[in-house]
Write a protein of this length. Structure first.
Length: 375
């Protein structure tokens, strides 16, 4: 969508996308306002301010250009990997996990930055790799190491949810790049065999409880199964059109745990119902369509893999949050983009959209150059 009354530098911005994510964020602000009992504090104001700041950051990333992203892809990955190592040495402990680094006045979570860095690094790796060697086992092993090293470091923090996001992001880029299909079949078989061992020797007690409660939440309705049961009650009570804004009981009376983060989908569904829920899903699907279309139109392998990998990662966020809220998957700490409260997640999502915008901007630039050449 071109806004002809603006200077060209502004007119060529992806305004449809900007309006879409702004609308989602404003809706998220309303949901968080209601979740706090009709108060902008402590979540809604912070959510709105974080979106505004990170929108500027996303547009700044867009201005960097694809060539600069190529140059920083591998160094950025190396820096994030170094920060993950530092987390194991001097990281802060919170909520039973060691995930944060304090760098003076700044506290960062390196695993959030790694979610995008791993996609950039693999996209650059496969662009540098001759096409004939893509299915080579040596090349595949190097790509798997790029994906696996940070996933292992995050897993020992322990942060199973983020490790899963890293593995999915890396695997998607490898698959799209043309890694051997038998590799994924072997990985799936190995996962099935090792899953019982991982349950007893890798997962933390609270993670084991998550799995047990997922299988039979009613076996412990006031304990491990409480989250899932209350989430289903909230979603079911919303019906077609919802109970109405500020009229939700599960969220308002705080029967629903994590109603502003992991289970925010249940909060909004209770008040807004199936009709608005489907509209929200349609808007997400349109954004995914834009992301994959940008990947398909890119003339560079780096751009294709970057846009497709980032879009799939955002899709994974949306899918897993909704599936968690409806009890289809075990409870996972994955937020709903633009709706859930959380600065780190908002930063990751907005940077992701900034990367896709960069790929799209490069294609617009090349299109303009071709048009000028024809003239």
């Amino acid at each position: 969508m071109m806004l002809g009354f603006l200077p060209r530098r502004l007119a060529i911005l992806p305004w449809k996308v900007i309006f879409a994510i702004t609308g989602l964020s404003l809706f998220g602000t309303a949901v968080l306002y209601s979740a706090a009992g009709a108060s902008m504090q402590p979540w809604a104001t912070a959510h709105l301010m974080q979106f505004a700041v990170f929108l500027v950051l996303a547009l700044a990333v867009r201005m960097m250009g694809l060539n600069l992203l190529r140059q920083v892809a591998l160094p950025a990955y190396g820096a994030c990997l170094f920060l993950l190592l530092l987390v194991e040495i001097i990281g802060q402990v919170g909520g039973g996990s060691q995930r944060w680094l304090s760098l003076g006045p700044l506290t960062i979570q390196p695993s959030e930055l790694m979610k995008l860095s791993i996609i950039m690094a693999l996209a650059r790796f496969y662009e540098m790799l001759p096409a004939a060697e893509t299915a080579n086992w040596k090349a595949t092993g190097l790509a798997a190491a790029i994906m696996g090293a940070p996933a292992v470091l995050v897993l020992v923090q322990p942060d199973l949810d983020t490790a899963l996001v890293l593995i999915v992001a890396g695997a998607v880029v490898m698959f799209l790049a043309g890694a051997p299909l038998r590799l994924f079949m072997l990985a799936g078989g190995a996962a099935a065999v090792l899953a019982p061992l991982a349950y007893f020797f890798v997962l933390q007690p609270y993670q084991q409880v998550r799995l047990i409660s997922f299988i039979d939440p009613e076996s412990d309705p006031l304990g491990a199964g409480y989250h899932v049961i209350q989430s289903k009650i909230a979603i079911g009570s919303g019906g077609i059109f919802g109970k109405g804004f500020l009229k939700g009981t599960q969220g308002q009376l705080q029967y629903l745990p994590e109603h502003h983060t992991d289970l925010v989908f249940a909060t909004l569904f209770e008040e807004w119902g199936l009709f608005i829920g489907l509209g929200l899903l349609a808007l997400y699907l349109w954004l995914f369509h834009w992301g994959y279309r940008t990947a398909r139109r890119s003339t560079s392998r780096f751009g294709k893999l970057l846009a497709a990998g980032v879009t799939t990662t955002v899709f994974f966020y949306v899918a897993m949050n909704m599936l968690t809220a409806t009890g289809v998957t075990p409870v996972m700490g994955i937020p709903l983009p633009f709706i859930s409260h959380g600065g780190s997640a908002m930063m990751t999502i907005m940077l992701a959209f900034g990367l896709i915008m960069t790929v799209e901007r490069e294609e617009l630039r090349l299109h303009d150059e071709r048009e000028q050449f024809r003239l």
